[in-house]
Design a protein around this ligand. Structure first.
Ligand code: SF4
Length: 423
C-alpha cells in the first residue's frame, strides 16, 4: 500500500463545535462555540486555538512570516494567501524560521517513535489511487482477515521494547458500518495496548460519532484519518468518498474527545498549490490536529499512480517547514516514504520541525526504516526518542512565558472559547 491508508498515513478533545465549521471553507465566516475538556491522564489533546490567539491587526510593514514568528500559540484563521506567502519563502530562510518556531514550542532534541501494524490488510472497496489495498487495483496483494489479539500484543511489545511510544493499527476498511464484532475485537486490542503504557492510534476508515466514542472509552489516544491533499486535487485521487466525508469523520473524532491525526500524501501528481491547500485545510480546522503525518508516495505497481515520479525533496521540506509554522504545536510525523530519504535529508526534515517518525519493520504495505537504523540515525543527529504522553512545551522557558501570557492553548484544563474560522 502506498502510504498509510485512511489514509493512513497517518492524531482534539471533547468539543461541541459547530460541525459546519469543518466544511464550508470557501465563502463563509463561521463562529463556533466550543467547550474543550482535555484528558489530563493522557496529556494529549487537540491543539486548541483560543480566542486570544486570533489574529490582531497586522502593522502594514509586518510580513506574514514575521507575525507568525511572534505568535504565542496556534491560530486557525490562516488564509491561503498567507500560507502561500510562507510556503514561497526562500527555502533556507523558511527552514531557519520553521526551526525557530519548532524550538519555541517543542523540545527540538526529541523525536517520537511510532510503530504501525496492519491489522486487516487488503480487499478495501475504496479507490484511493495510491493504495495497494484497494480491491479495484491489480497489485497482487492478498486480502486477509482481522489479526488476532495475540499477534497485536506481540507486535506492540516488540515496538515498546524498541522505544516506540505510539502504536498505530490500520485496517483496510471504507468505514465501520456493520462491523460490530470487528469493533469489539479492536476495542480489546486498544485496551490491552494502552495498558502497556503506549499511546494507541487506529485508522479504520470513516467512523460515526458513536463509534468514535466507543473507541475513546476503550482507551484510544488518537484516530488517524488523513485528508490526503487539497480539496481541489482530491477528486483526482479518490472518487468513492468525498473530502467532506473525511472532514465529517475528523469532526466525529474531535467531538469524541480523541486526538486527531490527519495529514496528507505528497507526490500524487499535485501542484504546489495543493500543498498550500492541504495545509490550509488542516490549519483552519476548529482545532489543529494533534498529529500531522506527511507522507510521500511510494508508487505501487498496479495502482493508477504506480508510475509516478518521486516528488522533489525540496517540496517535501518546504511543506514540512510551512506546516511547522502554521501549526506550531502539532506533532509533524514523517510517515510513508521516509525510507527513500537519506540521513541528511531526514536531518533537514527534523531541522524544519518534523518531530515524529514511523519505525519498525513495515508501514502498512510499504517498507519502513527499522529500529536499529533509527536509533543510529537519531543518535547521529544528537536526537533522542520522546516518552509516551510527553510531547509539547518541553522548552521550559517558553512554557513558562506562555503560561504567564495566557492559559495553555494545548493541554490541561477544561476551557471554553470562541473559535472563529475565517474560511
Ligand atoms: S483504498 Fe482503502 S485501505 Fe487504501 S487508503 Fe483508501 S480507504 Fe484506506
Amino acid at each position: 500500500m502506498a502510504s498509510l491508508p485512511h489514509s493512513a498515513i497517518y492524531g482534539i478533545s471533547r468539543a461541541s463545535l459547530s460541525r459546519s465549521s469543518y466544511f464550508a471553507r470557501s465563502t463563509l465566516s463561521i463562529t463556533a462555540k466550543a467547550t474543550f475538556k482535555s484528558d489530563a491522564s493522557q496529556n494529549l489533546a487537540a491543539v486548541a486555538v483560543p480566542e486570544d490567539h486570533q489574529p490582531t491587526p497586522t502593522p502594514s510593514n509586518e510580513t506574514v512570516l514575521e507575525r507568525a514568528l511572534k505568535a504565542s500559540g496556534p491560530r486557525n484563521t490562516w488564509t491561503r494567501e498567507e500560507i502561500q506567502e510562507i510556503y514561497e519563502t526562500p527555502l533556507m530562510d523558511l527552514v531557519y524560521h520553521a526551526s525557530t518556531v519548532h524550538r519555541k514550542f517543542h523540545d527540538p532534541s526529541k523525536i517520537q517513535l511510532c510503530t504501525l501494524l496492519s491489522i486487516k490488510t487488503g480487499g478495501c472497496t475504496e479507490d484511493c489511487s495510491y493504495c495497494a489495498q484497494s480491491s479495484r487495483h491489480k497489485t497482487g496483494l492478498k486480502a486477509s482477515k482481522l489479526v488476532t489479539l495475540g499477534s497485536v500484543l506481540r507486535a506492540a511489545r516488540e515496538a515498546r521494547d524498541n522505544g516506540s511510544t505510539r502504536f498505530c493499527m490500520g485496517a483496510a476498511w471504507r468505514d465501520m458500518h456493520g462491523r460490530k464484532s470487528g469493533l469489539r475485537d479492536i476495542k480489546e486490542m486498544i485496551t490491552e495496548v494502552r495498558g502497556m503504557g503506549m499511546e494507541v492510534c487506529v485508522t479504520l476508515g470513516m467512523v460515526t460519532d458513536a463509534q468514535a466514542r466507543e473507541l475513546k472509552d476503550a482507551g484510544l489516544t488518537a484516530y488517524n484519518h488523513n485528508v490526503d491533499t487539497s480539496r481541489e486535487f482530491y477528486p483526482s485521487v479518490i472518487t468513492t468518498r468525498t473530502y467532506d466525508e473525511r472532514l465529517n469523520t475528523i469532526s466525529n473524532v474531535d467531538q469524541a474527545g480523541l486526538s486527531v491525526c490527519s495529514g496528507g500524501i505528497l507526490g500524487l501528481g499535485e501542484a504546489k498549490e495543493d500543498h498550500i491547500g492541504l495545509l490550509y485545510t488542516l490549519s483552519t480546522l476548529p482545532s489543529h490536529p494533534e498529529s500531522v503525518p506527511i507522507n510521500t508516495l511510494v508508487p505501487i505497481p498496479g495502482t493508477p499512480l504506480g508510475d509516478n515520479k518521486p516528488i522533489e525533496f525540496k517540496s517535501v521540506l518546504r511543506t514540512i517547514a510551512t506546516a511547522r509554522i502554521v501549526m506550531p504545536k502539532s506533532v509533524i510525523r514523517l510517515a510513508a516514504g521516509r525510507i527513500t530519504l537519506d540521513d541528511e535529508k531526514q536531518g533537514l526534515c527534523f531541522m524544519a520541525g518534523a518531530n515524529a517518525v514511523f519505525t519498525g519493520e513495515k508501514m502498512l504495505t510499504t517498507d519502513c526504516s527499522g529500529w536499529d537504523e533509527d536509533k543510529r540515525l537519531l543518535d547521529s543527529w544528537g536526537l533522542s526518542p520522546m516518552k509516551s504522553f510527553e510531547k509539547d512545551n518541553s522548552n521550559p522557558t517558553m512554557a513558562a512565558e506562555e503560561q504567564e501570557e495566557k492559559p495553555s492553548a494545548l493541554f490541561g484544563t477544561e476551557r471554553s472559547f470562541d473559535s472563529v474560522s475565517k474560511i
